[in-house]
Design a protein around this ligand. Structure first.
Ligand SMILES: CC/C=C\C/C=C\C/C=C\C/C=C/C(=O)SCCNC(=O)CCNC(=O)[C@H](O)C(C)(C)COP(=O)(O)OP(=O)(O)OC[C@H]1O[C@@H](n2cnc3c(N)ncnc32)[C@H](O)[C@@H]1OP(=O)(O)O
Length: 275
């Protein structure tokens, strides 16, 4: 791992951590202590085992470094994240599938429970797992109007796991989540703003980053302990369910995803993507 200081747009030094061939780049503004984590896995930031592992490691590092906040964004042109990498569960190797799913569980727990405030800068499409990661941040700013966001699992012929569902319910409420999930609806930026799936719609990435910094800087005036306790209490039931049911969730998903019916649906969906 290499480190270097670079000069940011507002002339403060940024501590930049990067590794050769890294899929995740992080900069930390030395003045504000706010980190920007950029997902950079071409072509669509699909979340496979190695990518999830890198994201989790990076989040743990930020916690150790005691950053004051984090913005999660994408380095790709028009995609925040295409969600889980479907090739991890289409014709899967069962051992790798288990490893993949438990890494997803751990990465999500790490992101959902960060002791520092987080903002998703959604600068591109954000289906399924991409939407999950955005919803797991404390605040969402989406660059409009061209992109879409939502939990579209039913469109793939699969079911969003309970903790995906609970995360969405926490953001938009039971009724809207039920409609969104059953229909697999992908919302435009305006629609997402209207139902509360995102907090702000902005015209470009620079504005999104400025607004993200503004949101995170609010916490300079809040006790970190009070922040963390409040977040833990608010998110407790969703987090605790997964902690208590990790193995059950894993066993179910691994069996379910390998069933003939699900494999057939996934094959057809992948084919439609290639077209
Ligand atoms: C009770 C129930 C309990 C348990 C349930 C159990 C299991 C639940 C399991 C899983 C939950 C699943 C969560 C997910 O996240 S599934 C992933 C859903 N994602 C999508 O549907 C997105 C699909 N992609 C797109 O819509 C478009 O690609 C996108 C808008 C992101 C970008 O469009 P663009 O035109 O720019 O690029 P493409 O040409 O479409 O794609 C380029 C390239 O990338 C491949 N691709 C795209 N998305 C994925 C993906 N998610 N995984 C793997 N590969 C992906 C695409 O096929 C193209 O490949 P190629 O043709 O080879 O270049």
């Amino acid at each position: 791992m290499l480190r270097r200081l670079i000069l940011s747009r507002n002339n403060t030094f940024i501590n930049c951590r990067y590794a050769s061939q890294s899929m995740v780049q992080t900069t930390v503004d030395e003045k504000s202590g706010i980190a920007t984590v950029t997902m950079n896995k071409s072509p669509v930031n699909s979340l496979n085992l190695e990518f999830l592992d890198e994201i989790k490691t990076e989040l743990n590092k930020l916690e150790k470094d005691k950053v004051k906040g984090m913005m999660l964004t994408s380095g790709l042109q028009k995609i925040f994240s295409a969600g889980l990498d479907i090739t991890e569960f289409y014709n899967p190797n069962p051992d790798r599938l288990s490893k993949f799913w438990s890494t997803l569980q751990d990465t999500w727990l790490t992101l959902y429970k960060t002791p520092f405030p987080t903002a998703a800068i959604i600068n591109g499409h954000s289906p399924a797992g991409g939407c999950l990661f955005a919803m797991s941040c404390d605040y969402r700013i989406m660059v409009g109007p061209k992109y879409t966001i939502g939990l579209n699992e039913t469109k793939l012929g699969i079911v969003a796991p309970k903790w995906f569902i609970d995360t969405m319910v926490a953001v938009i409420g039971q009724r809207k989540a039920e409609i969104s999930l059953t229909t697999g609806k992908m919302y435009t930026t305006d629609e997402a703003l209207h139902i509360g799936l995102i907090d702000e719609s902005v015209p470009d990435v620079n504005t999104a980053l400025t607004q993200g910094n503004l949101f995170l800087n609010n916490f300079q005036r809040i006790s970190p302990w009070a922040y963390k306790m409040t977040k833990d209490i608010t998110r407790q039931s969703t987090v605790q369910w997964l902690i208590d049911n990790k193995q059950k969730d894993l066993d179910f998903v691994v069996t379910y995803l390998q069933s003939a019916e699900v494999q057939k649906s996934l094959g057809l969906y992948l084919q439609s993507l290639k077209k």
